[in-house]
Design a protein around this ligand. Structure first.
Ligand SMILES: Cc1ncc(COP(=O)(O)O)c(C=O)c1O
Length: 490
């Protein structure tokens, strides 16, 4: 069908200058051709966002030069307006474990849309939710029950409620540098001032302990007022790995003190680290496991709390409490189909082993690179969750530039790596948290050997350039410092 046939041109026209009432009735036909709508309006995206959404995000993107206008996504790649291909190491904060627009996920979703299933009856139970729950607990056999949610943060909220209900205790312990999401309960367990400022007071009875410190955890649990200890097996902010005995020791302490052990695998789960769950690296069996992100197949938001029957039975303990926790869209057919198809693809394409092998290849290459570049302090990770930490140089010339940059804005150095990676090498990546010196790689699990070579070549070139003072990388540093000072003085 052409655009003219569909009369969608009329729907695509910007509606500025008309009244709200005009706008409400200005669509003569419903717009069904979203690709045409996208093509028509994509160059307005910054203007629309500045006007109606988050203007500050637009300012950030313009400042760092990320305004190439992505128009298509396929596998681990993004394509801009000019058709230039980018390798995406951010993967939508981890949702595109299978890559973008995986054909199996699309086919599963289309089959739901085409088949008129009795979705969200509410006074019935969902067949597809039953199937997905059955599949998940088969993969995590020490857990019995599943509660589906619409996001990661919602899974954290459910876990807090379940832990309190199951233990009758108020407290939740989380770790320094943790990130569990931005809704109120999840934010109360997250350690990042920049996210918390302006939103306090948060949930009471939340305690934080240093990651990898069993003594501090024991002291926190000692009073037996703590319902749960929640931990990311590998912390997303900073890509911090647990000491070899930490998670096992923490699980034992929890058991001894009647506290539930919750693994937040929202980022690390579903093969990201080279195992289905990251806790498997350390032979730990938590009382609750939280997953989300990749379970969506990159298409439909979904999360899940996997837990023990004893915990579930304390929450849903009688018929009057059958709906005591849940949400309207939880267990919807599209989300369940995305989850089922995601598990199928992980198995059929051998993506978990593939992630382990690609991760090993990258870690080895980065370790060799770190020998050559003094600003590269550490490379760490598991599977395809990798952090590259930069730090103080030894040589005098670099030290002066580094100190100047740090004084302007802590963590700014990483932008001197990520921006040239994007602009010159077409690699999209991220800094692992505010004021962080670590760059995080979280690519799709489907990346090829050629993609790994692309990553290594690009990082090596940019990091080598960052060791040349003066040079283009440090000229960029001066520009960013000027921006940073201007925005701090506002
Ligand atoms: C470990 C962890 N927990 C929870 C969340 C929150 O998930 P969502 O953004 O889906 O609410 C995130 C998101 O980045 C995460 O990485």
């Amino acid at each position: 069908m052409t655009l003219a046939d569909d009369h969608t041109q009329e729907n695509l026209r910007p509606t500025r200058g008309t009244t709200a009432a005009d706008r409400a009735i200005s669509s003569p036909r419903p717009t069904t051709d979203m690709a045409a709508l996208f093509a028509q309006r994509e160059t307005d995206r910054f203007a629309m966002h500045s006007r109606h959404l988050n203007e500050q995000m637009v300012r950030v993107l313009r400042t760092i030069g990320y305004d190439v206008g992505f128009c298509r996504g396929q596998g681990p790649y993004l394509y801009d307006r000019q058709g230039v291909r980018y390798l995406d190491l951010l993967s939508g904060f981890g949702v595109f474990a299978l890559g973008r627009n995986h054909p199996t996920i699309r086919a599963a979703l289309k089959s739901v849309l085409d088949s008129e299933l009795p979705n969200l009856v509410q006074m019935d139970v969902s067949t597809l939710a039953g199937v997905l729950a059955e599949r998940l607990v088969a993969l995590v056999p020490y857990l019995d029950k599943v509660c589906f949610t619409n996001s990661g943060a919602e899974a954290v909220e459910a876990a807090i409620k379940f832990a309190r209900a199951a233990t009758g205790r108020p407290g939740i312990v989380s770790c320094d540098h943790a990130f569990h999401g931005l809704s109120y309960g999840a934010l109360s367990l997250s350690d990042d001032e920049s996210f918390r400022t302006g939103f306090e007071p948060l949930l009471p009875d939340c305690v934080r302990v240093p990651f990898n410190d069993l003594g501090a955890l024991e002291r926190a649990l000692h009073g037996r007022t703590i319902a749960a200890f929640i931990v990311e097996p590998i912390q997303g902010k900073g890509v911090n790995l647990p000491a070899p005995d930490y998670l096992k020791g923490a699980a034992e302490l929890c058991r001894r003190h009647g506290t539930l052990f919750i693994a937040d695998e929202i980022q690390t789960g579903l093969g990201r680290t080279g195992r289905f769950l990251a806790v498997e690296h350390w032979n730990v069996e938590p009382d609750m496991v939280l997953i989300a992100k990749a379970l969506s197949g990159g298409h439909v938001p979904v999360g899940a709390v996997l837990t023990r029957k004893q915990v579930f039975d304390k929450v849903f303990d009688r018929m009057e409490r059958a709906v005591v926790h849940g949400s309207t869209f939880g267990k919807n057919d599209l989300a369940m189909a995305a989850g089922i198809a995601t598990l199928d693809v992980l198995a059929a394409d051998g993506l978990i082993d593939k992630a382990a092998r690609a991760g090993e290849r990258l870690l080895q290459a980065f370790a060799a690179m770190a020998e050559r570049h003094e600003l590269m302090h550490e490379v760490r990770g598991k599977g395809l969750m990798i952090g590259i930490e930069f730090g103080h140089p030894r040589s005098f010339k670099l030290k002066a530039s580094w100190n100047l940059l740090e004084a302007a804005s802590k963590g700014l150095f990483c932008q001197l790596i990520t921006i040239p990676l994007f602009q010159e090498h077409k690699i999209l990546t991220q800094v692992a948290g505010h004021a962080s010196h670590t760059i995080k790689l979280l690519p799709s699990l489907t990346i090829s050997d050629a993609d790994c070579d692309w990553i290594v070549r690009a990082f090596d070139a940019v990091i080598a350039a960052s060791h040349r003072v003066p040079g283009p990388v440090w000229s960029l540093g001066k520009t960013l410092m000027a921006h940073s000072m201007r925005s701090q003085s506002k």
